[in-house]
Design a protein around this ligand. Structure first.
Ligand SMILES: Cc1ncc(COP(=O)(O)O)c(C=O)c1O
Length: 343
């Protein structure tokens, strides 16, 4: 009789991976951050899953998704990857890096207007600079709230020109992207067991939703007593939650696993006033992560995720005898577009 972890890993092995991402990513203790937060009250033992260390093109959580998703592109004989995101999107930067690595062309819709540019060099530094270096062709479009519409239109235009485009959805979020994220929990379960603990919770920031969807499906199979806690960084909790449910159900079907809607916990209101707008707690979390753990967090995603985790600790959600894993999903290049916050 197979264990539920074996059933999940056997099913995951049925999905081809390109081997682009450096996996498994490390799981490390955050002893100094734990000691610092314990000065003001009880603090659980904190760990960090280094999804910022997935390698290619400065890494991040999308590389793990792309490792699975782009197998489809190669299988289909695509010659061009098409995706999109805001000016400082980590997702499109990782698509551009993967395209460079795979010898494919890359066309990206760059959405303007989802947020006001926070600095004068917002469009020139960080991920925007890397997109150009990786050789992507950029297409400026206005943001209208439809994340995948302009990406699909661009793919149509390229197809009409005789290209063979493969569309990578906004945030690389799809059922297959979520399948990829279920593999993270299998890694965490094995690494935590080797380190002698069982995580009480896995905390991370949630946006286009497939990261959380996959973590929820993976945790049900590998760590059934571990709560997955998503921090909503889009300030759109209904939309994010609906997408976690959608991609989670899709991934569970693909992986032949159960999906339980009650497993989805999305915490709203801890990540500033709007998408891309950091608040004081985010800036403080970025400073603490850097000073105490040498982690490079960003003001849009991972810094907000850590700020959310710190808020929950300060609200006494967990006692000191618990182990909490924070998933560092990456985003470091975007930090440079917000350098004025740290002047
Ligand atoms: C650095 C970083 N962390 C977290 C996320 C959120 O992951 P997801 O979109 O799967 O919810 C993103 C998405 O763009 C990201 O770039």
């Amino acid at each position: 009789m197979l264990s539920s972890i074996e059933r999940l890993t056997n099913r995951l092995a049925c999905f081809p991976r390109l081997g682009l991402a450096h996996l498994p990513t490390p799981l490390e203790p955050m002893k100094q951050l734990t000691a610092h937060l314990a000065k003001d009250g009880s603090c659980p033992r904190l760990w960090v899953k280094r999804e910022d260390c997935t390698g290619v093109g400065l890494g991040g959580n999308k590389l793990r998704k792309l490792d699975y998703v782009l197998s489809e592109a190669i299988e289909a004989g695509a010659d061009t990857l098409v995706s999109g995101g805001v000016v400082q999107s980590n997702s499109q930067r990782q698509v551009a890096a993967a395209a460079a690595r795979l010898g494919l062309d890359c066309h990206l819709t760059v959405y303007h207007g989802r947020l006001a540019p926070p600095s004068s060099d917002y469009g020139k530094t960080g991920n925007a600079l890397l997109n150009k270096l990786f050789g992507a062709t950029l297409h400026d479009v206005p943001w209208n709230g439809d994340r995948n519409g302009a990406i699909g239109d661009l793919a149509e235009r390229l197809r009409a020109q005789g290209r063979k485009p493969y569309v990578v959805p906004y945030g690389v979020s799809s059922p297959l992207g979520a399948v990829a994220y279920a593999s993270t929990v299998a890694e965490i379960a094995a690494q935590a067991a080797a380190l002698g603990f069982t995580p009480h919770a896995i905390v991370h920031c949630s946006g286009s939703a497939a990261t959380q969807a996959g973590l929820v499906v993976g945790a049900r199979a590998c760590l059934p007593d571990t709560k997955v806690v998503g921090i909503d960084i889009d300030a759109e909790p209904e939309r994010v939650r609906a997408d976690v449910l959608r991609f989670g159900q899709g991934a569970a079907d693909l992986l032949e696993q159960p999906f339980i809607a009650e497993d989805v916990e999305l915490v709203a209101g801890l990540a500033g006033p709007a998408y891309g707008v950091p608040h004081a707690a985010t800036i403080e979390a970025i400073r603490l992560g850097a000073r105490l753990e040498a982690l490079v967090l960003d003001p849009v995603y991972s810094g907000k995720g850590l700020a959310g985790l710190i808020s929950l600790i300060q609200a006494s959600r967990w006692t000191a005898d618990k182990d909490i894993v924070f998933v560092h999903t990456g985003g470091a290049p975007a930090l440079f577009a917000y350098h004025h916050l740290f002047d």
